[in-house]
Design a protein around this ligand. Structure first.
Ligand SMILES: [Zn+2]
Length: 377
């Protein structure tokens, strides 16, 4: 061999270098695997340590489950009624009741839980059934024949209207002694009474439990109740100028829209029952402030007497009266309506037909009928 040098056969060199390369690869892979394993262990230990020092996460707010979604009933044509027996009067007056606090001490502005329960029993026994304010606005008063509508409203978002009580597991339940709790319980026992009420809240903390405002408002809507506008800070509107009125109403509308996206507030109730000067009253129906608009279809006053229905010629959507729900006024007006059934709204059972005695035909606002039928007897 030339030069006598030991020459490693080429194929041997290749095997040796291949072995070296494979060993390197294996070493590298083992190194990476070891590094990854170590990192994973470190992460695990770190997570464990972190979990040990992290404060316990408060249990999530558990809102009591809503009722199953309402399934639209099929269109049913009500059976004919005996007009002489039922004596419908769908131009008659109806009570829109105005509550404030439900709490332990009875007063002009506070009903005790037991008295509120008694009010519901009394209304039920007198032949009233709940109608929502939205249905009233839509001229869709739907109660069985021979019965009468009643509308419940609650002003100010007081603590006793909707109170949550924290449960041992950290969830919240509706206080059975607050207005909503009492309404839900009553409907359980009298499903045909219906479930409807409108809560005219102002801000910043309706129902007075900070941190629960959004959950409560959403819960109310999920339960089928309604939210109304009662201004943002409950000012005296008789002393307010145009800019302040629009600001107060738009801020309240905007806040409700933030908390319950997609919810449409349709009614306004005047704080203290005060109206602005006549030249500014249109601002209660619609307005704008800082890019936020509002539009109301009904303005409720704070006191007075039973309300006329939407088909009555003297019905005023800009000034619908309510009855303050204290003992004195409830006695006065519920007894009055019991003793004068000829004045009271009595349903024919069919919201698509407006029925009343011929002698009061002059009281009809024919423009309000839309595609509803007229039945006069
Ligand atoms: Zn108020």
């Amino acid at each position: 061999m030339p030069g006598g040098a030991a020459v490693v056969p080429p194929q041997f060199t290749n095997v040796s270098s291949e072995l070296t390369r494979v060993q390197t690869v294996i070493r590298t892979r083992y190194t990476w695997a070891a590094l990854l394993l170590a990192a994973a262990l470190c992460l695990g230990v770190a997570a464990h340590l972190l979990a040990a020092v992290t404060l316990p996460v408060p249990p999530p707010l558990v809102v009591p489950p809503d009722e199953p979604p309402v399934v639209e009933p099929p269109v049913v044509v009500p059976p004919p009624i005996d007009l002489a027996v039922v004596r419908p009067n769908e131009l008659g007056i109806l009570p829109i009741l105005m509550y404030h606090e439900v709490g332990p001490v009875e007063s002009e502005w506070c009903r005790t839980p037991d008295n509120f329960r008694a009010d519901l029993e009394r209304l039920y026994g007198l032949g009233y059934r709940l109608v929502s304010l939205d249905d009233f606005i839509d001229n869709n008063i739907d109660v069985p024949p021979g019965l009468s509508p009643v509308i419940l409203t609650f002003d100010d978002g007081t603590a006793g209207q909707l109170r949550y009580i924290k449960q041992p597991d950290g969830s919240y339940a509706i206080d059975p002694d607050c207005a909503v709790g009492i309404l839900l319980d009553f409907r359980e026992r009298h499903p045909d009474f219906g479930r409807a009420a409108t809560f005219f809240v102002y801000y910043p903390i309706p129902f007075r439990q900070a941190g629960l405002v959004e959950a409560k408002l959403k819960h109310l809507v999920a339960l089928g109740f309604e939210i109304g506008n009662h201004t943002y800070s409950h000012p005296y509107l008789s002393e307010a100028g145009a800019a302040e009125i629009e600001k107060e109403l738009a801020m309240a509308a905007g806040r409700t829209a933030e908390l319950v996206p997609g919810y449409q507030v349709r009614a306004f109730a005047t704080p203290f029952g005060q109206l602005p000067p006549s030249g500014l009253r249109h601002l209660l129906m619609a307005g704008e402030h800082a890019g936020v608009t509002y539009k109301h279809e009904l303005v409720l006053l704070a006191g007075g007497n039973p309300c006329l229905p939407p088909n009555h010629v003297s019905f005023e959507a800009q000034a619908a009266p309510r009855i303050r729900a204290d003992q004195l006024r409830l006695d006065r007006w519920l007894d009055y309506l019991r003793d004068k059934p000829e004045l009271r709204y009595i349903s024919d059972g069919d919201p698509q037909t407006i029925t009343f005695p011929a002698v009061i035909l002059d009281s009809l606002n024919a423009d309000s009928l839309g595609d509803r039928k007229l039945s006069v007897y």
